[in-house]
Design a protein around this ligand. Structure first.
Ligand SMILES: Nc1nc2c(c(=O)[nH]1)N[C@H]1C(S)=C(S)[C@@H](COP(=O)(O)O)O[C@H]1N2
Ligand SMILES: [Mo]
Length: 267
């Protein structure tokens, strides 16, 4: 169990997805490319000891043991997660604003982006082993990134738990980020390193298919994926598709971050 008070103001009123669904229908390519692979295979991930290195363009680089992270004041926030594949879930996450950590390490004036790196260990993460043909689903480690102002936004949650307990391995134990106005792949799992950098990181999905997965990846029903529409989504557990909301429903809170930007160009 991981107790935390609900932040009602920052939580959607939509009904949470069933725990059983949220823990058996996952994307976590370190454990395979099929939705049921992570729940079946992620037991090999060792989440203790665990630490997160925070360095790069900062005045006070620091390594946080997972126990240090668990001492931050935790809150529960019910967010919608919209996968780029066209499905969504409502998940009661537990964590604290990523900004709390970023402020402690004191970014230098050169820091413009935050890069997130997932653990790279094929012995624990079988999906990182190349297949018979020497091919891998993605380049490892999984890399994601945010602009510094996005990383500092109060909605961006450093996440340690969900549904009142610590994160199940398949959902990115022991620590992941959750960025609710962006497609799910921006929310990197099982993070070991956060690097503050001057130039835009090259993310794992940009390396795999740059014309399909841009750096920003804000949820946007008006900009289709090259191979499918993004106008609607299937909420896991529901039958009819729903309309996808601009910025996944968080437009009032985050729209100003992108004022004046052409969101077709910066997809
Ligand atoms: N390290 C890592 N993080 C990842 C992924 C991944 O394959 N590896 N998949 C992403 C994708 S595509 C989605 S939709 C969400 C899914 O999170 P969930 O399984 O907890 O719902 O995790 C994201 N974070
Ligand atoms: Mo996704």
């Amino acid at each position: 169990p991981l107790p935390a008070e609900r932040n009602g103001a920052l939580s959607t009123k939509d009904k949470p997805t069933k725990f059983e669904a949220a823990t058996t229908y996952n994307n976590f390519y370190e454990f395979g490319v099929n939705k049921e692979d992570p729940s079946r295979l992620a037991h090999t991930l060792r989440t203790r000891p665990w630490s997160v290195r925070v360095d790069g363009e900062v005045h006070k680089p620091r390594t946080y043991a997972i126990e240090d992270l668990l001492k931050f004041p935790l809150e529960e926030r019910i967010y919608s997660l919209r996968c780029v594949e066209g499905w969504s879930m409502i998940i009661p996450w537990i964590g604290f604003p990523l900004a709390s950590i970023l402020k402690q390490v004191e970014p230098t004036g050169k820091a413009k982006f935050v890069e997130f790196l997932t653990l790279h260990d094929p012995e624990q993460m079988p999906g990182q082993k190349p297949n018979f043909f020497g091919l891998s689903s993605l380049e490892w480690p999984y890399v994601e990134g945010l602009r510094l102002d996005e990383a500092l936004h109060p909605l961006t949650l450093l996440t340690l738990g969900m549904y009142g307990q610590v994160l199940p391995n398949q959902n990115g134990a022991p620590v992941r980020v959750v960025v609710p106005w962006k497609y799910g792949f921006k929310s990197a799992k099982s993070i070991v390193h956060m690097r503050l950098v001057a130039s835009q990181p090259r993310t794992a999905w940009e390396k795999a298919a740059p014309q399909e997965y841009g750096f920003y990846s804000n949820v946007n029903p008006q900009v289709d994926h090259p191979r499918w529409s993004q106008a609607t989504e299937r909420r896991i557990g529901e039958f009819l598709r729903r309309k996808t909301q601009m910025f996944n429903g968080y437009a009032d809170q985050v729209g100003s971050l992108y004022a004046g930007m052409d969101l077709r160009k910066y997809y």
